[in-house]
Design a protein around this ligand. Structure first.
Ligand code: NAD
Ligand code: UD1
Length: 352
C-alpha cells in the first residue's frame, strides 16, 4: 500500500472520475474535493461501486482556503492531482474573470495550502493548447509555450508558468505538467462517461448525442483546411489511458523538479474520420452539415508521446474502435447522462 492519500480535485468530473477509479483499483486511498459545478455525485457513487472500495468525498471549492486547510489537517495527503477547473473555451471568452478566478486563483490557493501543509507533490491538468498556433507538429515538450487565443488557454499557460517558478524557488516541489490532447471514450462498463451540460462543445459528445437521437445533426466546422479531407485533425486518446497516465506520473514524483509530458497517441484523425468510425461502430447514421470554421480552431495537431513512454513507461494502448465503442456504450446506457439517477442523499459526504 502506498503511503498517504491522494487528493483528487475535480474528481467527480469526466477525467477525474475515471482517474479516481484507476487510483482506487491500484490500491490508493483517495480524497475527492469537488464543488459539483460541472459534475454529479452519482459519478462517484458509481466509481465506488465499480472499484468495490470507498473514497472520501468533500464538497468544497479549491478557492476556499479554510476548506483546504481543514482537508490537509484531517487527511495525510501524499500527493495532489489537480483536475478542478472550468474548461469551456467559448465561455471563457465571455466570462474571463470566472476562468482566471477558478483556474488560476484556485490553483494558486491550492498550492499555498499544500505548501503550508508540507505537501509538495503535484500533478496538473494542462492542455495541448499551451503550444499555441505556431508550433510545428507533432508537438514536443521541448517546444516553448506559444501565444494563447482565449482565457481558458491563457489560464493553463499561467498556471504552468507559476508552477515552474514555484519549483525553481523551492527544491522540495515535484510537479508533473500533463498536457492532454483530446480525451474521449468512457469506462468499458458504460457506467462512467462524459456528461456535458447543455449543448456539447466538443466533437465526440456531440456525435454521440446525434447517434442516440438527442440532437438532429452534427455541424462540422470547416471543410477547407489544408488536411487530407479538409476537416480538422486531432489526437484523440481514450480517457482510461489518460487516467492511467496520472498513476504513472505519480510514480515520477519522488523526483523533485518540473516534469512535462504530452499525453496523446501520436496519431491524428480528422473530424470526418471520427464521424465514419462512429457510424460504423454504432450502426447509426450521423447526419452532418458543413459550416464555416470555428474561431480559434487549428487545422491539425497531435502529440509526440515518446517522452511519456520513455520516462513514465506510459503509452496510450486503446485504439480508435475501442474509444468509440466505449463512448457509444456510455451514451446508449445513459442517454441523459447521470441526471436520471442523481443520488440526492448527502450521507457520508463532508461539506466545507
Ligand atoms: P470536468 O468539467 O468534467 O471536470 C472538472 C471538475 O472540476 C468538475 O467536476 C467540476 O465540478 C470541478 N470544479 C470546477 N470548479 C471547481 C472549483 N472551483 N472547486 C472545486 N471543484 C471544481 O472537466 P474534465 O474534462 O474532466 O477536465 C479536467 C481537467 O482537465 C480540467 O482542468 C480541464 O481544463 C483539463 N483538460 C481537459 C481536457 C478535455 O478535453 N476534457 C483537455 C485538456 C485539459
Ligand atoms: C477544444 C479546445 C481546447 C480544449 C479542448 C478540450 C477550442 C478551440 N479548443 O479542443 O482548448 O483544451 O477542447 O476541452 O475550442 N468540431 C466540429 N463540430 C462540433 C464540435 C467540434 O466540427 O460540434 C470539430 C472542431 O472544429 C475541431 C474538432 O471537431 O476541429 C475537435 O473539436 P473539440 O472536441 O472541441 O476539441 P478541440 O477544438 O481540439
Amino acid at each position: 500500500m502506498q503511503q498517504g492519500k491522494i487528493l483528487v480535485t475535480g474528481g467527480a468530473g469526466y477525467i477525474g472520475s475515471h482517474t479516481t477509479l484507476v487510483l482506487l483499483e491500484a490500491g490508493y486511498e483517495v480524497v475527492v474535493l469537488d464543488n459539483l459545478v460541472n459534475a454529479s455525485q452519482e459519478a462517484l457513487r458509481r466509481v465506488q461501486d465499480i472499484a468495490g472500495r470507498s473514497l472520501t468525498f468533500i464538497e468544497g471549492d479549491i478557492r476556499n482556503r479554510a476548506c483546504l486547510d481543514q482537508l490537509f489537517d484531517e487527511h495525510d495527503i501524499h500527493a495532489v492531482i489537480h483536475f478542478a477547473g472550468l474548461k469551456a473555451v467559448g465561455e471563457s471568452v465571455a466570462r474571463p474573470l470566472a476562468y482566471y478566478d477558478t483556474n488560476v486563483n484556485g490553483s494558486l490557493t491550492l498550492c499555498q495550502a499544500m505548501q503550508q501543509a508540507g505537501v509538495f507533490r503535484f500533478v496538473f491538468s494542462s492542455s495541448a493548447t499551451v503550444y499555441g498556433p505556431d508550433a510545428p507538429v507533432p508537438y514536443r515538450e521541448t517546444m516553448s509555450r506559444g501565444r494563447t487565443s482565449n482565457p481558458y488557454g491563457t489560464s493553463k499557460s499561467m498556471v504552468e508558468q507559476s508552477l515552474e517558478d514555484l519549483v525553481h524557488s523551492d527544491g522540495r516541489w515535484s510537479v508533473a505538467l500533463l498536457r492532454y490532447f483530446n480525451p474521449i471514450g468512457a469506462h468499458p462498463s458504460g457506467r462512467l462517461g462524459e456528461d456535458p451540460q447543455g449543448i456539447p462543445n466538443n466533437l465526440l459528445p456531440f456525435i454521440a448525442q446525434v447517434a442516440v437521437g438527442r440532437r438532429q445533426m452534427l455541424t462540422v466546422f470547416g471543410n477547407d483546411y489544408a488536411t487530407e479531407d479538409g476537416t480538422c485533425v486531432r489526437d484523440y486518446l481514450h480517457v482510461m489511458d489518460l487516467a492511467e497516465g496520472h498513476v504513472s506520473a505519480l510514480g515520477r514524483l519522488p523526483l523533485p523538479g518540473i516534469h512535462v509530458y504530452n499525453l496523446g497517441t501520436g496519431q491524428g484523425l480528422s473530424v470526418l474520420q471520427m464521424v465514419e468510425a462512429f457510424e460504423r461502430i454504432s450502426e447509426r447514421p450521423i447526419p452532418y452539415q458543413f459550416a464555416p470554421r470555428r474561431k480559434g480552431d487549428l487545422a491539425a495537431f497531435w502529440a509526440d508521446p515518446h517522452k511519456a513512454e520513455q520516462e513514465l513507461g506510459w503509452q496510450a494502448r486503446r485504439g480508435l474502435d475501442e474509444m468509440i465503442a466505449d463512448t457509444w456504450r456510455w451514451q446508449r446506457q445513459n442517454p441523459r447522462g447521470y441526471c436520471s439517477e442523481i443520488n440526492t442523499t448527502t450521507q457520508g459526504i463532508s461539506q466545507c
